[in-house]
Design a protein. Structure first.
Length: 255
């Protein structure tokens, strides 16, 4: 009975987060922190659903957590990710647009505050139930297990800061001269530089001693490098879309 209640709470928290994104975040064009923020920006520019991006990221992370962190934590995190993804997908395909809160560019601080409060409640429910919302939470849990004294705050702050800065350009007026490859390419370079800054000392130490004492840092480096690769290919895809739209526009003018 206790386990059933725990999973019910996780399911309700996932549904609440899906409503949060649908009602406040996506409608008012701002990106939250972490990997969900990247997924939100990708949906804004490409239409690729946050639900699918969440599954692509969190399913592999949950499988890794099953072997590297804790089985119960991994199963609950996977359950949350599936419940959140399918809940948001159902809302996207529903006719409930009338419940969305659109500030229309005025007093946008209110949806930001409201979404932050709701997200905080969701995180609290998940952490209390030995689960997580996925993404960087899984990596943080792994690092805390391997090295309890490791401060993951700095790395998390850097990643969230990059997401916040990126959102300024992503949500800019679409009438501006949009150059996706320049933006996402620059973002990829930044991510890769961050990864290299942490990776090079580990590589030098491995050459000298044959050991990798800072394995959690190596794990974070790989994760940031994957984010760089994802950003690069996002830029390539968006550039192709922009070029195709321009060709279609020119073709219509000649008709």
């Amino acid at each position: 009975m206790k386990k059933s209640l725990e999973y019910l709470n996780i399911f309700l928290a996932a549904g609440l987060l899906a409503f949060n994104y649908y009602i406040f975040i996506v409608t008012n064009n701002f990106a939250p922190a972490g990997l969900n923020g990247i997924a939100t920006m990708i949906q804004h520019k490409t239409g690729f659903s946050i639900s699918y991006m969440s599954l692509l990221i969190n399913v592999p992370l949950s499988i890794a957590a099953y072997f590297l962190v804790q089985k119960e934590f991994a199963v609950k995190t996977l359950f949350f990710s599936l419940a959140y993804s399918f809940s948001f997908l159902a809302l996207q395909n529903s006719s409930l647009a009338f419940i969305q809160y659109n500030a229309q560019g005025h007093d946008t601080i209110y949806p930001v505050i409201l979404s932050g409060v709701i997200s905080g409640v969701v995180y609290g429910v998940c952490f209390r139930g030995n689960a997580s919302t996925g993404g960087t939470d899984v990596i943080s849990r792994y690092i805390n297990k391997v090295r309890p004294n490791t401060n993951f705050f700095v790395v998390t702050f850097i990643l969230n800061g990059l997401v916040a800065v990126s959102s300024i350009f992503v949500y800019a007026d679409d009438s501006l001269n949009y150059k996706p490859m320049a933006f996402f390419g620059s973002l990829a370079v930044i991510f890769m530089l961050v990864a290299l800054v942490f990776f090079v000392p580990i590589l030098v130490e491995y050459w000298e001693t044959g050991l990798v004492p800072r394995y959690p840092t190596l794990f974070v480096c790989g994760f940031v490098a994957l984010a760089a690769i994802q950003s690069f290919f996002s830029g390539m895809i968006l550039s192709s879309i922009v070029q195709k739209n321009r060709q279609d526009f020119e073709y219509q003018l000649q008709q």
